[in-house]
Design a protein around this ligand. Structure first.
Ligand code: FES
Length: 607
């Protein structure tokens, strides 16, 4: 009998979802959705490279070759071989990065700030005299005295774990050692030739970027990005905070996922930097939004969710890396940047640091666009910030054919004379449309009169058609996709985008009004973040999201938060500056800003 069922399958973290007929393997579903999994054996179930994880839903029975190929741990975590498994209901599937045949675009590059090397971690080579009957001082005393005599450094304590191995290390290294000191504490004792490395992390809601830095030269040895594994617990911060608040078990899992990501980053970064080892990492700096910060430390989150959205901790925090299970140097610390408010965290501070915002002489607006968008207006050294709930539309979520910036995503688009031209990431076959493409599409539809100022889609264009819920504009038709489902922008998508862009425009307007400024008074707009780097500024101006000022006043700086985290890693001065600035920033809660509703309603319009 022919199986006529079909199921919705959502592929995370790509953000791709579509309807697939029953009876085709998940490997083929992935191909139909427009992306490829590694499949060295061609789908025979023998290479074990097409691993995916079933997050929810029912699938076909586990086969013997899957039992043979997957580890017990993978099986317990519901990993399956995509070529051997079939949907039996709607599914949510997690695609690990290593199973993708082409990597997802993860922004790690940014404009490096010029910061003098002055890390909190200092290293010294020390030669000690061996004890004798006439000099039977303890090993710790002997080390403190040698440091003071040879380098003028006064140390007051030794990390507990370093202390446990100190006597053995001194003797095995023949009394010639490299000592790493943080403030006045010895955090590592190593062979003379060992390196002092640091890891800077931008802990984003969707993506996590990491940088391995040589603390003696400030050189970035490697940089990489991974998806935040918390994503299966919710696309935005509020969803994850709510899970953590409702269930202590979910709170623990969310913390474990962040820590797992930091551990993965440390290993991957070392692998990319030839010969580096995680135990050479002596300091980690993490810049994250307040929610990611609280979930990482498993701090209470109830007061973050409820108005007036107060962080449990706003000042910078230092914790021992091992206390949260990170395997780096024994005495290494994790330094978390301060938080400004419930929804403006250390990542925004890091961005402001990277662009040296407080040095701006004329009005500067700094915008970090993401699921949550943070905006600061800097004027005569004063910084005022807001947070806008822009939602996950920029990541392609809640958009009918939206997807993340992965191979096959349409990232730029042009409509002229009824002809559509688009560009896909890696030049792959079109699979969906990502944030920058969605904005281009919206702007092009406005410019071509397909959408009016109120966002209403007009009939009459050959690419506009009716669907079940209203009109839609066809970007890639079924025929152009060889029978695959069409890629469209629907009337509902337009409404979703209007809300997202209005949230950002409202934040900008409220900040300007507060200082009695208008758009034209802004001297510089700095746009940061992965989405912000690929966004076509003129499209964002066309749809009324960004101020209509000359393009020359805009600067796209890439992952500035990551660069700011690196600055804090290599410079004690930068670390102190961030802490001082965090106390001085004024935060405005948008919801209680005068005329908020009126401003938001005006911002919905597409000019
Ligand atoms: S493609 Fe080789 S095991 Fe699935």
């Amino acid at each position: 009998m022919i199986d006529k069922r079909s199921f919705q399958i959502e592929f995370q973290p790509l953000g791709l979802r579509d309807q697939f007929p029953a009876g085709i393997s998940l490997l083929d579903c992935a191909r139909q959705a427009g992306f490829d999994l590694v499949s060295l054996c061609g789908g025979k179930g023998t290479c074990g490279r097409c691993k995916i994880q079933i997050v929810s839903g029912n699938v076909s029975e586990l086969l013997q070759n899957e039992k043979d190929t997957l580890s017990a741990e993978e099986l317990a975590k519901k990993y399956r071989l995509a070529c051997q498994v079939y949907a039996e209901s709607d599914l949510v599937v997690n695609v690990p990065a290593e199973s993708l045949s082409a990597p997802q675009r993860l922004q790690v590059e940014g404009v490096e700030p010029v910061v003098a090397l002055d890390p909190i971690i200092q290293g010294y080579t020390v030669s000690l005299s061996a004890p004798s009957l006439s000099d039977p001082r303890g090993d710790d005393e002997r080390l403190f005295e040698a440091l003071e005599r040879q380098h003028g450094v006064i140390c007051k304590s030794i990390d507990e774990e370093v202390l446990q191995s100190l006597s053995r290390s001194l003797r095995s290294l023949n009394w010639n050692i490299s000592v790493t000191i943080r403030n006045t504490e010895i955090v590592s004792v190593d062979p003379v030739e060992s390196r002092r490395l640091g890891m800077a992390v931008d802990l984003g809601t969707t993506k996590i970027a990491g940088y391995l830095v040589d603390l003696e030269t400030a050189k970035t040895l490697s940089a990489t990005g991974i998806m935040n594994p918390q994503i299966s617990y919710g696309e935005d911060v509020v969803a994850r905070l709510t899970r953590a608040q409702m269930s202590p078990q979910d709170a623990s899992t969310l913390q474990a996922k962040s820590l797992e990501a930091l551990a993965t980053l440390s290993i991957e970064l070392c692998q990319e930097a030839d010969g580096a080892r995680p135990d050479e990492i002596k300091e980690i700096v993490v810049a994250g939004n307040t929610a990611m910060h609280h979930l990482l430390l498993r701090l209470p989150v109830e007061q973050l969710i409820k108005a007036p959205h107060v962080p449990s901790v706003s000042q910078a925090i230092d914790i021992k890396a091992r206390s949260v299970g990170l395997s780096v140097a024994p005495g290494a610390y994790v330094h978390l940047l301060p938080n400004i408010a419930g929804f403006v965290g250390g990542d925004h501070l890091a961005m402001l640091l990277a662009i040296k915002a407080w040095e701006a002489e004329a009005p500067l607006m700094a915008i970090d666009i993401g699921t949550n968008t943070e905006i600061s207006l800097v004027m005569r050294g004063e910084i005022t910030s807001v947070s806008c709930a822009s939602g996950p539309a920029f990541e392609g979520a809640h958009i009918s054919n939206g997807m993340r910036a992965a191979p096959g995503a349409i990232d730029h688009l042009l409509l002229a004379d009824q002809q559509i031209q688009y560009h896909t990431i890696h030049g792959s076959k079109p699979a969906g449309i990502c944030g920058s493409g969605i904005f281009d599409a919206l702007a092009q539809l406005v410019l071509n009169g397909v959408i009016d100022q109120n966002g209403r889609m007009q009939g009459g264009h050959p690419r506009v058609r009716e669907n079940k819920t209203g009109r839609e504009f066809v970007i890639v038709s079924e025929e152009e996709r060889n029978g695959g489902s069409a890629i469209t922008i629907t009337q509902e998508d337009v409404r979703e985008l209007q809300l997202a862009k209005a949230a950002i425009r409202t934040g900008i307007t409220v900040l300007l009004k507060e200082k009695e400024l208008s758009d034209s008074d802004i001297d510089q707009v700095v746009v940061a973040g992965a989405f912000g780097s690929y966004l076509d500024i003129s499209s964002a101006i066309t749809v009324g999201m960004l101020p209509a000022i000359p393009l020359s006043r805009f600067r796209q700086v890439g992952n500035a938060a990551g660069m700011g985290a690196k600055a804090v890693l290599i410079s004690k001065t930068a670390r102190e500056t961030v802490q001082k600035v965090a106390r001085e920033i004024r935060y405005i809660e948008l919801a209680v800003a005068p005329d908020f509703n009126k401003t938001f309603m005006q911002a919905i319009s597409l000019r």
